[in-house]
Design a binder for this molecule. Structure first.
Ligand code: C5P
Length: 421
């Protein structure tokens, strides 16, 4: 999953190499990226939009005036909206005609308009007959594009669809995937630019405190109890909140995850430490929003033994007295003034069963927003399915990556925060 949280616009112009882009779209998703396909009319002559819709799981855009723009992005201006939520545009195959248009700033298609309206990197993978590639006009255009900072990937060399041999083949899907991983993978150090238009700036300058991961309650030097949690959902929410412009403090239990960009992180082990870290943080600076994603252990042993409990000496679990841990979410909700509090509920059963369970639990927990999921379906996974429950009822968000869901959740929290403040 080297392209997790990345979102690419894949542009397809008229060229037989379009069939190779099917494989590229599939491979990008295998690496965790999401893909929005935009085709020129000529591109659809080679591979149908339906094929790419099925492969990418999203409607394909072909021109600025027809669907799915109407039901799509926020302001119905796909040439602006589409690029605002993407990390980059890759045009593969890029025909000689598309290259000429882009070099001269012409915008006869939605794809070329997107390229002109973009504020993100543009990568172009040329694909054409060797004579077309060698023509001085094409070479001039390519030099022009390079000077404009556009990344030219390839072309490759070899047998061509027309039967000739030479330069002009589109790079193979495997090579293009490697190009994208080199530029946007974990080693590239580029923050995820995927601020869906709905979350960009929606929490600007607000302060958000998030708990994530499990807690670990030691019994003796080698044993303890914990809850199952990878921390991935909480970390994705922290990343999304930071992208939305918030100052984010993340109080994390024992997890093996990198700190999202722009997030202040405190590592803790036990529920009591997590509680104390949250309170210290709120004492130092009142927060606007508190999101309790952590799977906090409800009980801890009354004391941690200094030596290992010995089964051979007849010591057993019945010697341990259990003490209830503080409920961090409840403590935060009781503060005055209290931040907008969001709780999580990992339940068993089915996602549809949450519809009955969450409203009652939300009232009992006294939080304006409770997020439910089915624990067994989500532990350690990169995707999840969640149900939001607020005073208006429940909303099921379809299965998506944890980062996608985090963005949707942040958008929902932002709208609640406006009425809270
Ligand atoms: O009641 P339950 O444990 O299912 O509630 C889960 C919610 O409460 C989560 O938001 C979790 O982070 C929070 N919680 C807490 N402190 C506890 C137990 C749960 O903050 N001790």
């Amino acid at each position: 999953m080297r392209l997790q949280h990345r979102h690419f616009i894949i542009g397809i112009t008229g060229g037989i190499a379009a069939y190779k882009t099917c494989e590229l779209v599939r491979r990008l998703q295998d690496e965790g990226a999401t893909v929005q396909v935009v085709m020129t009319e000529a591109g659809t002559r080679f591979v149908s939009a339906l094929t790419f819709q099925a492969l990418s799981g999203r409607p394909v855009y072909t021109d600025a005036w027809s669907s799915p723009a109407a039901s799509g992005p926020a302001n119905g201006m796909p040439h602006i909206d589409l690029t605002r939520e993407a990390d980059a545009i890759l045009v593969a195959p890029a025909s000689a005609d598309f290259i000429a248009q882009t070099a001269s700033g012409q915008t006869p298609t939605l794809l070329s308009t997107l390229c002109l309206a973009r504020d993100i990197p543009l990568l172009i993978a040329p694909a054409m007959n060797r004579q077309m590639w060698q023509q001085p006009a094409t070479q001039r255009n390519i030099e022009h594009l390079k000077k404009d900072g556009i990344d030219i990937l390839g072309p490759g060399s070899g047998a061509q669809a027309c039967g000739e041999i030479g330069d002009g083949r589109m790079r193979e899907p495997e090579e293009l995937l490697a190009d994208l991983i080199a530029r946007f993978g974990p080693d590239a150090g580029i923050p995820a630019a995927r601020t869906a238009p709905v979350i960009r700036g929606v929490l600007q300058d607000l302060s958000v405190v998030i708990t994530a991961g499990p807690t670990f309650e030691p019994i003796d030097p080698v044993r303890g109890i914990t809850n199952r949690s990878s921390g991935k959902m909480g970390f994705a929410i922290a990343e999304a909140a930071a992208l939305a412009g918030a100052q984010v403090t993340l109080i994390a239990g024992p997890v093996h995850l990198p700190t999202p960009l722009g997030v202040h992180r405190h590592d803790v082990t036990t529920a009591q430490e997590m509680h104390d870290a949250v309170m210290r943080c709120l004492d130092a600076q009142p927060a606007d929003i508190f999101i309790g994603v952590a799977a906090v252990a409800d009980w801890r042993p009354d004391k941690t033994r200094s030596g290992k409990m010995k089964k051979s000496e007849g010591q057993g679990l019945d010697e341990i007295s259990w003490v209830e841990n503080p409920d961090i979410l409840a403590s935060v909700a009781r503060r005055s003034p209290a931040p907008l509090c969001v709780g999580f509920a990992a339940e068993s059963g089915s996602i549809s069963g949450l519809e009955l369970l969450l409203p009652e639990k939300r009232v009992r927990k006294q939080v304006p927003l409770l997020v439910g999921n089915i624990g067994a379906d989500t532990f350690g996974e990169d995707s999840n399915q969640i149900m939001l429950c607020d005073a208006h009822g429940t909303t099921l968000l379809p299965k998506a990556s944890k980062f996608d869901l985090a963005c949707q959740l942040i958008s929902h929290i932002a709208s609640q925060q406006q009425s809270h403040s």
